[in-house]
Design a protein around this ligand. Structure first.
Ligand code: ADP
Ligand code: MG
Length: 609
């Protein structure tokens, strides 16, 4: 290879753009930085306006302390901050920011204006920064506080623009981020307006609990249990939900460490562990955990956008959270003296309402010593056996589908000529169906199988129009967060095709007046919540970048028979019938197997016959 290295020291403008990539990943991260600056400036009112998902305009107005002219001139310099002076300061830091990078980074990749005034004189100053080129400040009328406008984000880094999701995806990320950001600041009034419409408005309130109700809905908040615990270096206040079902997906899992939103698995784990003491493992409660830690016991400087912190002692953290939740649940149990009711049984609402002295209740059964659900023995046939024929194709969905085509012929042989209506099958652990066939047995994952059937049906419904639907005598009304509502609204036409009729019901709720014909009346809310959660988590295979596939998969996952659901003989037969009439019966929409076959030969071998 010809020698071609010539080392160049990068020009400041290139360095700035590279650095900007770390902090300013997408419009939502710009807004996060700006709003955090306003919080650090002690603002009590912060208004955010965006247009075109933040690409044409992001504007943040606050009534905080403002900047004097000389600070204003310096605020966009790289590593310019008023929040720390020495490196040790980051171990006592109480502000959201400290790296002095945000404004410099944002200014490098947009056309930015910063207007600020430090008092009530009405005389402010403006600084412009155009792709990193900073102007001299000039006077401009401005109330006390700061207004920052970002226009044409990423105009000079077109490569970054390509990585952005759809406008809708970016918009959703912004709303989700704002909902998370505002939670621990009940005393700040936030608003968010998108393309001229105010979609989030969280007035001043007394405590985080009220803010949670504002974001997640009052009905949801009412059922939260509040847990507290204190240790010398840390204290916590946790609001946990009491899931109605073992397989319920949590709506929120929000941890705040010294008011910063942080991801940390041990907290999630500690909460689940505490729950498992009472109701068996596998429960995934929603939670809002506010943790205050002595800043010297954590390192906040381990992640460029501060989404993670390092704890000196994770075991202490685990212990604190675990004991707080365990004690919270116990206290609540004593208070409400909830009578045992089966886990999957709906809560008796009258019982909850009788708990007049508390706004929380524990609507589930206590199962102190019950065998953890997930520890039940797996179906032993298939365990550790490499002899079985698994009709599955690990890897990507695409790969799976192409392999599927190759083996389609032989698979067809297996299930051909079988009269699924007549076959006697057995349900195992309310999860799998065992069906004898001519030359062996089939094991079917009831959820995955139904998912496949519904997925194909949903895709057809989208092409053909409306699926069979049933009107509800009493519409189901559901409270949703703004993000959740936006998700439903963004797929309105798909939901109509699947057989739902969904309309707005006041500011915070949706009303569902018709549902797909096959869906059980009582499971409407649960289904919709599962669909939302699926879409929100966004952990989809690549091929789901097409919205129709994504919504079809979400619908299939949310509406399909769940593991744990008992099925009648007829239901099992009907499911097998539809599965083997599907175009692609052997894998679920995510590429996981729906069916495992064990042949008579294999069984004989295993019995050493
Ligand atoms: P950091 O927040 O890490 O200090 P930034 O680049 O975000 O770095 O901001 C640089 C400085 O600009 C801050 O330290 C602060 O002094 C000032 N500043 C930024 N935004 C505001 C605001 N909304 N109100 C008052 N001062 C601000
Ligand atoms: Mg900052």
């Amino acid at each position: 290879m010809q020698y071609k290295n010539t080392i160049e020291v990068l020009s400041p403008s290139v360095v700035e753009k590279i650095a900007a990539g770390e902090v300013v990943e997408r419009p939502a991260s710009v807004i996060k930085e700006l709003v955090e600056n306003s919080i650090d400036a002690d603002a009590t009112r912060i208004d955010v306006f965006i247009e075109d998902a933040g690409f044409s305009l992001i504007k943040v107005i606050d009534n905080g302390c403002g900047m004097n002219p000389s600070d204003l001139q310096r605020c966009v310099l790289p590593h310019a901050t008023s929040k720390i002076k020495h490196i040790e300061d980051i171990f006592t830091i109480a502000s959201m920011g400290f790296r002095g990078e945000a404004l410099a980074s944002i200014g490098a990749v947009s056309r930015m204006s910063v207007c600020s005034c430090i008092d009530g004189s009405g005389l402010g100053y403006e600084l412009n920064c155009n792709g990193g080129e900073t102007s001299k400040i000039h006077p401009l009328a401005h109330a006390r506080g700061t207004t920052i406008s970002i226009k044409d984000l990423f105009f000079n880094v077109p490569a970054r623009k390509k990585f952005m999701k759809s406008r809708r995806g970016e918009q959703l990320a912004i709303v989700k981020m704002m909902e998370q950001l505002v939670l621990p600041f009940p005393s700040i009034h936030f608003t968010l307006s998108i393309d001229g419409k105010k979609i989030l408005d969280t007035p001043f309130c007394d405590n985080p609990f009220e803010r949670i109700a504002e974001i997640a809905g009052a009905e949801f908040a009412k059922k939260l249990i509040c847990c507290n615990a204190v240790k010398p270096d840390m204290e916590t206040q946790i609001y946990v939900s009491t899931p109605q079902r073992t397989n319920e997906r949590p709506r929120f899992q929000s941890l705040y460490v010294n008011l910063r939103r942080i991801d940390n698995d041990s907290v999630t784990f500690a909460i689940r562990e505490a729950f498992s003491q009472f109701i068996g493992f596998g429960i995934r409660p929603s939670f809002f955990c506010f943790l205050n830690v002595d800043p010297s016991k954590i390192d906040v400087n381990v992640h460029p956008t501060k989404q993670q912190v390092k704890f000196d002692n994770e075991r202490d953290l685990f212990g604190l959270i675990y004991s707080a939740v365990k004690q919270g649940i116990t206290l609540n149990l004593n208070k409400t003296q909830t009578i045992s009711a089966p886990l999957d049984q709906k809560t008796d609402s009258t019982q909850i309402n009788q708990n007049l002295n508390s706004n929380v209740s524990l609507p589930f059964m206590v199962r102190e010593k019950q065998e953890p659900i997930q520890n039940q023995p797996p179906f032993s046939f298939s365990e550790n056996s490499n002899q079985q024929t698994v009709l599955s194709f690990p890897g990507s969905v695409k790969q799976a589908e192409s392999e599927y085509d190759q083996t389609k012929e032989s698979n067809m042989q297996l299930t051909k000529d079988v009269q699924w209506d007549l076959i006697s099958c057995y349900q195992i652990h309310n999860m799998f169906i065992l069906a004898p066939i001519k030359n062996g047995i089939l094991l079917i994952d009831q959820h995955a199988a139904h998912e496949r059937v519904l997925y194909e049906q949903a895709l057809e419904d989208i092409v053909r129009g409306r699926s069979a639907s049933q009107q509800l005598l009493f519409p189901v009304v559901m409270e949703l967060s703004t993000t959740e509502r936006m998700i439903i609204q963004s797929g309105q036409s798909y939901f109509n095709a699947f057989g739902f009729e969904i309309s707005d019901f006041g500011a915070r709720a949706l009303s569902i007046s018709a549902i797909p014909a096959f869906l059980k009346n009582g499971s409407v809310e649960e289904t919709i919540r599962d669909i939302i959660k699926y879409l929100m988590d966004g952990k989809n295979p690549d091929s789901f970048s097409q919205p129709e596939k994504r919504f079809a998969a979400a619908f299939a996952c949310g509406a399909a028979i769940k593991a744990g659901q008992k099925l009648s003989q007829e239901e099992m037969n009907a499911l097998l019938n539809s599965l083997f009439s599907a175009k692609n019966p052997y894998i679920c929409p995510h590429g996981r197997p729906t069916v495992v076959r064990i042949s008579i030969d294999e069984l004989s071998r295993r019995f050493l016959r």
